[in-house]
Design a protein around this ligand. Structure first.
Ligand SMILES: Cc1cc2nc3c(=O)[nH]c(=O)nc-3n(C[C@H](O)[C@H](O)[C@H](O)COP(=O)(O)O)c2cc1C
Length: 404
């Protein structure tokens, strides 16, 4: 006969909801086991147009799909019996320590995803021990973010402005507010065609129409947040008096050239990162003009559809640049395993945009913390399963492309 015993209180406690499980949001976040799960929570919380603005990409979204498939087609080559009792996922980025080979990428309109916005992302990045880049299109100003996350590694992302003096003003403000690096985005001579936004009739900020009121009934928490907190605006450009379309056309300069990069190099003393590099030739050209790092990126597929797949171009760019500059990669990264693959393929670090935005949209700052936690745990576990103790030991022969 089976011997029986009385159940322990610690085993029953969760049934009575008196455990240390926290509130409803904490429980939902704890049950999100992957960035994909956070994406599903985000889709439930945010109105469709806002979710689609974040989740979507340009044209037929081929670039984004291929970026994700690039990672899916990689296979890890593990070594066994390697003593991975202590795995250290830390590295250096721009010569300073970073707890992970990871950076939170610049994203515009972040307070639209959740009213806690950029300060939440910056504080979560600080807690995770990684850098965060504030976008020029941010909904929190350069100065405010510095005040809200004074201890974090803050970078500032810039476009080459049509009006060079306006561009210089940003450079001065970033320097005065203690930003560590400038990130110049170069893949946006004009805005990319975002078809989901057109179909959804997205306006920025979102406006209250009959359609949004009906939608609002399904996402009340998001709308209450929007209507009862500070208005959404391009906070670093609050003096700008014009429509969004006018703003974008003054901000993106289709006539910018490599000579403008030299101008920016002379205006900024700190590290300069060029984002949106898609060929080895361009990587060499911007490094020749003083870039300290390049980001192999197609803007998460949001600009040129059918652009090169960043992961595939990465090894060529690394070879072209050598040790003259650091090389980072972004686009389509949805897990810590993807981050490890990117580093093994030659990147010093990877950037993620949507991965943390899904967390933010799902639950504000706590959601970004959860995204960072998931990525960290996946990086560490993947390294251990690969038989690698330190980031510096990740090599190209730890990954290979499947041909099927
Ligand atoms: C909603 C959203 C807004 C973005 N806004 C900017 C921006 O203002 N400036 C910029 O350089 N990149 C911007 N990006 C691109 C990201 O910096 C990054 O390159 C991209 O998100 C990486 O792909 P992933 O989202 O698949 O990780 C944005 C991306 C998203 C998803």
């Amino acid at each position: 006969m089976t011997a029986r015993q009385r159940p322990r209180w610690s085993e029953l406690r969760p049934l009575f909801g008196t455990g240390a499980g926290g509130g409803r949001v904490e429980r939902k976040l704890a049950r999100a086991a992957s960035i994909g799960d956070l994406r599903l929570l985000a889709r439930r919380r945010a109105p469709r147009a806002v979710f689609d603005y974040t989740d979507g990409a340009a044209g037929d979204e081929l670039s984004l799909r291929r970026s994700r498939e690039g990672y899916a087609h990689l296979e890890f080559v593990p070594r066994v019996l390697q003593d991975v009792s202590a795995v250290d996922p830390s590295t250096t980025i721009l010569g300073k320590p970073s707890a992970l080979p990871l950076v939170f990428a610049p994203t515009g309109f972040t307070r639209m995803m959740h009213t806690e916005g950029e300060p939440a992302v910056a504080r979560a990045a600080e807690r995770a021990g990684i850098p965060y880049a504030l976008s020029t299109m941010g909904t929190t100003s350069i100065e405010r973010l510095a005040a809200e996350a004074p201890g974090g590694r803050r970078w500032f992302q810039l476009y080459l402005w049509r009006d060079r003096e306006a561009g210089r003003d940003f450079v001065v403000r970033a320097a005065e507010s203690g930003y560590e690096a400038l990130v110049l985005t170069v893949d946006t001579p004009v805005p990319g065609p975002r078809l989901r936004d057109v179909r959804n009739g997205l306006t920025i900020p979102p406006s209250v129409t009959r359609r949004t009121v009906v939608e609002g009934a399904r996402h009340p928490a998001w709308w209450i947040d929007l209507l009862t907190t500070e208005p959404l605006e391009f906070a670093s450009m609050s003096h700008f008096d014009g429509t969004i379309a006018e703003l974008v056309s003054t901000m993106f300069d289709p006539s910018a050239t490599m000579a403008d990069l030299e101008w920016l190099r002379s205006a900024w003393d700190g590290p300069l990162v060029v984002k949106g590099i898609q060929t080895p030739a361009d990587a060499r050209a911007v490094v020749d003009r003083g870039a300290d790092a390049v980001i192999v990126s197609n803007h998460g597929g949001r600009q040129l559809d059918r652009a090169p797949t960043p992961l595939e171009v990465l090894p060529e760019v690394v070879d072209a640049v050598g040790d003259r500059a650091e090389v980072y990669v972004d686009g389509g990264i949805m897990s810590g395993a993807d981050v490890v693959a990117a580093v093994a393929y030659g990147a010093r670090a990877a950037l993620v945009g949507r991965a943390y935005l899904y967390g933010l949209m799902a639950a504000g700052e706590r959601g970004v913390d959860r995204a960072a936690q998931i990525l960290r745990s996946e990086v560490t576990t993947t390294m251990a399963l690969l038989g690698v103790r330190a980031v510096a030991d990740l090599r190209r022969d730890h990954v290979r492309r499947r041909t099927d």
